[in-house]
Design a protein around this ligand. Structure first.
Ligand SMILES: Nc1ncnc2c1ncn2[C@@H]1O[C@H](COP(=O)(O)OP(=O)(O)OP(=O)(O)O)[C@@H](O)[C@H]1O
Ligand SMILES: [Mg+2]
Length: 259
């Protein structure tokens, strides 16, 4: 199953991706986490097996050019199915005792054209990566789902639209749902992160109307402290029921063999 985690800036996407990845790993899934946010920091939310700097795939424009044919094909064309299998192991980082992390790290600078070459590579990453070694792919996406708007979306089964207590992040969630629907993704679930009690949950639910919150995770000071100290957030015991509920719903929304 391939899940994108999207939402307004700062709502808790990376934290949720890290927690979900680790809960899934503990539950027996083999997890590939993909950091598709230009401001890549998913590595900091995962217990890397070996410390050290993380090299994003985007840092290797030579490789992306070579793989996608960018610059070599006429009229700015790129290959839609670049053969990336051979280079991925070089960029894969291992976490949690053998699970995988790929950091893409690309962004479109002011005045630059499209993400075409990068998207062609991402599409291949999503659809062909590490076959046989992955049950779940979690993509920490940026707010606008830009990475999913150019053909990569067919490879995504479901989207988690992260919201925090507040109406603006809910507006973004609606925009994400619309964009996802336009891409043919119907399984879009709101997840509330950082709530401070039933009043928050009720208020957000009433803004969402008949779109039910799939899971809500409370504000937890241990998570904030871990971030301050540069450690991956611990999984608070109080989060486990919500995380498991999320996993069960995602599993039933996606075609998959369960461990
Ligand atoms: N449940 C929580 N309880 C307390 N703090 C949290 C919780 N979830 C996230 N945070 C904190 O909120 C901040 C933003 O979280 P995070 O980086 O995961 O958001 P993001 O949506 O990925 O942000 P960005 O859009 O910048 O990528 C971080 O400092 C994180 O530690
Ligand atoms: Mg983030």
């Amino acid at each position: 199953m391939k899940i994108a985690i999207a939402g307004k800036g700062g709502v808790g996407k990376t934290t949720l991706t890290g927690l979900l990845a680790r809960q899934m790993a503990e539950d027996g899934y083999r997890v590939l986490a993909i950091d598709a946010d230009p401001d890549a920091n998913l590595a900091s939310a995962l217990p890397l097996d070996q410390p050290g700097p993380v090299t994003p795939l985007a840092a290797r424009t030579d490789l992306i050019d070579a793989l996608s044919g960018r610059g070599a094909l006429p009229g700015g064309m790129v290959l839609l199915n670049p053969d990336i299998g051979a280079v991925l192991p070089e960029f894969r980082r291992s976490w949690g005792g053998g699970h995988s992390l790929l950091t893409l790290g690309w962004h479109k600078g002011g005045g630059e054209g499209c993400y075409c070459a990068e998207n062609a590579v991402l599409k291949r990453v999503l659809s062909a990566v590490l076959p046989g070694a992955t049950d779940v792919v979690l993509v920490d996406a940026e707010a606008g789902l830009e990475h999913l708007s150019r053909g990569t979306a067919q490879a995504v089964d479901a989207v988690l639209a992260v919201v925090q207590p507040g109406s603006r992040s809910v507006e973004t969630a609606f925009a994400i749902r619309e964009l996802a629907a336009g891409l043919g993704i119907r399984a879009v679930f709101p997840v509330l992160v950082g709530e401070r009690g039933p009043n928050d949950v009720d208020a957000v639910q009433s803004t969402l109307g008949d779109w039910p919150i799939l899971a809500h995770l409370p504000w937890e000071d241990a998570i904030r402290r871990a971030d301050l100290e540069g450690r991956p957030p611990p999984i608070p015991e109080s989060f486990r029921p919500a995380l498991r509920r999320l996993i069960l719903t995602l599993a039933s929304a996606c075609p998959l063999e369960h461990p």
